[in-house]
Design a protein. Structure first.
Lengths: 156, 298
């Protein structure tokens, strides 16, 4: 039986009727048409489906939409302010931290969550914070550099 | 895309309501906490509960509090809350260390301590640390409640003494004796999203800073059907004066206590060698902490 749930996604409130067996990834993509959140492995290994749930980055493929009832969610669509990109998005573009782009939404949400908690992370802390997000293109170096550069820019 | 089979979902408002519900479901219901293990198994089709019961509305299950110098941890406290808790870090740093080894930051934000126990995986990260700390778990049922020592909890890979109508509500860790130190080391191919090849947790208690060992616990993980005590190693340490030679002797005995298998993560021979190495290292760190009383007392 479907359940009526309320999700606040990127500061917009949605009421959705969902079957219990649908994941948060599915509801974001299929019901709310927020296609920035990707599904990769579906079992919590790759991090492509990362969203920020009540302030914490999580694998949305392992969250039932019904479990998220009443929660605040941030997806990649909610990271920029209007037309101006978040500093992490800017540095990802400028420093070549994006290749195929599939991991990018998840990487950016993990990175922005880290910088909110710890504005000046060490390289090690950046690598640890991104350790649940796999990238098969870049070799990670450019991604780590982009997060560190964003941290420097946000300081000013 | 991996799809989940159909099931019902309930969110009882209180623990008694949840227990009545589970009792009525007669084994067709399963508690969902973080879901990081359960949903994976349901997607793979290895578990097919008819109804998932979420306890997210039962606030009391998400509390960490001090109790008689020890600690009481609600079963739904997340792994990152444990890894980041000042209270845990100051009283039982070994527990914080094991929590920070689990999965990835994303998994740790959902996975719970109770879930890591009831899934009873032979390579789970928290049980070795909880076993050296002498943790007990509180199991609540509709008609009876019981508290069992974690030592008698696991019965095999994926199995434990918990009944389908019971809920693990709380983990209680007793106050550590003075001059006690502990360590947990997990060996994996990489630092995140890794299932241990071998993991070892050890705890030593001395009678005084330069005294003899009055309590020794050595837990081996991923080298037997459940996390086990290296009984002969523990026996060899008791009443002895700590030294590197003694630790080397205990480590060799621990190898004999293990029964590793060869699988995709590592060979049995390699695992035995690593038991030897990790037991020595964890004992050395436990001893140094016990002597210095650094970082709390466990």
């Amino acid at each position: 039986m479907k359940k009526l749930i309320t999700l606040t996604v990127n500061d917009t409130e949605y009421e959705v009727a969902v079957a219990p067996n649908r994941t948060l990834t599915q509801v974001l993509r299929e019901d709310l048409n927020l296609l920035g959140t990707k599904e990769g492995c579906g079992v919590g290994d790759c991090g492509a489906c990362t969203v920020v749930l009540d302030g914490k980055p999580v694998n949305s493929c392992l969250v039932l939409a019904v479990q998220a009832d009443g929660s605040r969610i941030k997806t990649i669509e909610g990271v920029a302010h209007g037309d101006s990109l978040h500093p992490v998005q800017e540095t990802f573009v400028e420093l070549g931290a994006i290749q195929c782009g599939f991991c990018t939404p998840g990487m950016i949400l993990s990175a922005t969550s880290l910088l909110e908690k710890n504005p000046h992370p060490t390289e090690q802390e950046v690598r640890q914070a991104l350790s649940g997000n796999l990238c098969r293109c870049t070799g990670y170096q450019k991604i780590v550099e982009a997060v560190q550069e964003a941290s420097r820019r946000m300081k000013g | 895309m991996l799809l989940l089979p159909k099931f019902d979902y309930e969110e009882p408002k209180s623990l008694p309501e949840a227990l009545a519900m589970l009792s009525e479901l007669k084994g067709n219901g399963k508690v969902i906490a973080g879901g990081t293990d359960l949903l994976v198994n349901m997607k793979k089709g290895t578990v097919r509960p008819a109804c998932l019961v979420s306890l997210k509305k039962v606030e009391a299950l998400r509390e960490i509090s001090g109790e008689d110098g020890g600690l009481s941890v609600g079963s739904h406290v997340t792994i990152s809350e444990i890894a980041d808790s000042d209270r845990v870090a100051s009283t039982f740093p070994v527990l914080a260390r094991s929590a920070s080894c689990l999965g990835s930051p994303l998994i740790r934000n959902r996975a719970t301590i109770g879930g890591n126990i009831v899934t009873a995986r032979p390579a789970a990260d928290l049980p070795p640390a909880l076993l050296v700390l002498g943790a007990r778990v509180e199991l609540r049922g509709k008609d009876k409640d019981r508290t069992v020592s974690l030592d008698g909890f696991f019965t095999g890979p994926g199995t434990s003494v918990i009944e389908t109508r019971e809920v693990l509500t709380r983990i209680v860790i007793p106050s550590p004796p003075p001059f006690t130190g502990a360590d947990y080391i997990k060996l994996g191919h990489r630092a995140a999203l890794e299932i241990a090849i071998v993991a070892v947790s050890s705890r030593l208690t001395l009678d005084k800073p330069d005294g003899v060992i009055v309590d020794a616990r050595v837990i081996l993980s991923s080298v037997a059907p459940t996390a086990i005590h290296a009984v002969s190693a523990e026996k060899a340490l008791m009443g002895q004066r700590p030294s590197e030679d003694l630790f080397a002797k205990a480590a060799l005995l621990a190898v004999g206590d293990s029964s590793p298998i060869t699988d995709i993560r590592g060979g049995a021979e390699y695992r035995r060698d690593m038991v030897n190495t990790l037991v020595k290292r964890t004992l050395l760190k436990a001893f140094n902490d016990a002597r210095d009383m650094k970082g709390g007392n466990a």
